[in-house]
Design a binder for this molecule. Sequence first.
Ligand code: ADP
Length: 718
Amino acid sequence: MRIASVLIPLPLPEAFDYAEPEGMELAVGDVVAAPLGPRVVRGVVTALRDGAGGNRALKPVAGRIDAPPLPAQSLAFIDWAARYAVDQAGLPLAIALRGATAPKARPERVAQLTGKSPTRLTPARAKVMAAAEVALPPAALARAAGVSAGVVHGLIADGALAETVREAPTDFPAPDPAHAPPKLNPSQAAALAALTAMIEEDRFGVALLDGVTGSGKTEVYLEAAAAVLSRDPDAQVLILLPEIALTEAVIARLAARFGAQPAAWHSGLGPAHRRRVWEAAALGKCRIVVGARSALFLPFARLKLIVVDEEHDASYKQEDGFIYQARDFAVARGKIADAPVILASATPSLETLWNAETGRYRWLKLASRHGGAVLPEITLVDLRETPPEPGRWLSPPLVAAIAQTFAAGQQSLLFLNRRGYAPLVLCKACGERMRAPDTESWLVEHRYTGRLVCHLTGFSMPKPERCPYCTAKDSLVSVGPGVERVEEEVRELFPEARIAVFSSDTIQSAEAARALIEAMAAGDIDILVATQGAAKGHNFPNLTLVGVVDADLSLRGGDLRAAERTFQLLAQVAGRAGRHVNPGRALLQTWAPEHAVMQALAAQDRDAFVALEMAEREAAGLPPFGRLAALIVSGEDPPTLDRFVRDLAAAAPNADGVDVFGPADAPFSLVRGRRRKRFLVRADRSVDLQAYLGAWRARVKPPASVRLTIDVDPYSFL
Ligand code: ADP
């Protein structure tokens, strides 16, 4: 008899042993069903060993599940991930199995050309006939042709189209590396040559593709992908993007370049789609995957290149459930696959720059914007000298610039990284700030929905007529601006302009995001008021003015990366302007124009900023010169929590090169009724931080009502 170790995708301390039933012939990686207490759960076989002579009666594996097995590399990655994050391997396994057992897509009805011409050909019908070259479900065909579904049904009744039932597709069309290659400029060609050399070595290595916005980084990494695909007929390429909103644009570019749609992977996709991509990845039937961070956990059969676009983006950090930094994990995944990894950014993270400076990563630079487009001119607007009128948020110089841009028939983007109408609502009678009942953060006013919303927990309530604290009537005032309020202001100032808002509240699907981005790219919007979703990566040819409403906003966070993030975000936003023929400019409204970040931005001097920031980090032993981890302890009962926090503090191991700070209240010290305390661990690079954290955790046992979370390389400091 053999014993199978089965890892279950739940927060459990280890894989459990089961007996292999006679004749089941399990293999490592098989997805199986196994009894766990009263339930039957799915899991993955991680090891098999001879069990002869064992005297423990083991429950048998219940059965094999109809899914491709997890490849050895996936198992190795899951194991590595859990060790790195000092967490249970069941958690990364759960991510890796998302999609593995989702229901398959059912057969679908599609409309197909019959070869018969329509009896009457209207322009709408002609559009459908052209779009029907590819068989699509009637509704999708109508959408593709931009007509109503009635037109498609009319053509079916007419006999020009026929409905047939088709099995849902399982594999993805093969990309053709020779389909539409661009002509690279010399600087792009040099970067590509270096990447191709890496690809030909067929080994792990990391390259930083470092070029200003619009220099053609995407163009270069698409060619690197082409090189991989043409070299090896089974090779797979993974392209990671930080935002769902960006995937549509990159998918369109891939489709144009390779003549075939790549597979998409993100949380906005339904279970049948996930199942299809999961299986296709495991069976080698999709060659390019474009996805969000969890795509790293797909069971690739033959992964040969990973690209992390906008590698500096903080959205790569997954903060809930299993905590991980997808950029760092991509490098580890590349190492396991023994494949090259490309990190692309105009404003690389300090960690990545440090790795490039010290020679760990190849540093490939794209010098300038493609096609002679120039970088925007950046001007600081000193709000102390030219403040907006009371109750307004746009300063006279910015308003004048918008007016000029609008008059010239060009587009403006006003950037404010704040959703909703006002970040704070307070009662002018009693002075209370509106808070959620169980969470210590302010409620944000949303005018579109008329509600007050907690952005941390999602709690919301209608805006009350009376103050809930003192019951005064009509006493609530909105303090500060969100995008909705800036929109209101521009509508008053420019009533004849076409204005739109882009934020996660107004744009709730990838589809809606694409429609808005297309409208902006097509010039159908004059002024776009947007949060960071619109700041990243997009290409708006006629955008020549970027106004940053509150450039100081992210500097106020006070966390390790506040200055770095502000610099990156504002450089990105400013980089949206003037990407084509017309030169662009960016106006940054700030109360602190003398701040190093603002000065570096105005001078477009990234190197100066990086040098300054590196020196500060080095002096403090902070990343990339040292390592950080946070221990967050939360619980509903304050005395129990305090007792455990004291025990935890007393249990901290002593080690050279490690400092433990705290316990302190976490910045949001009350969330959903749970109080939160935090320890911060700083360690020299030579310290085995994971071993330290593991040893510490092993010394304590949290009571059932207390949760202890470890966050290696914390970002948000929440
Ligand atoms: P980045 O990713 O660095 O922001 P992109 O790859 O998006 O830059 O390039 C910016 C714009 O310039 C895009 O519209 C792209 O199609 C165009 N472009 C860049 N390089 C080339 C090239 N070699 N030939 C044609 N167009 C290019």
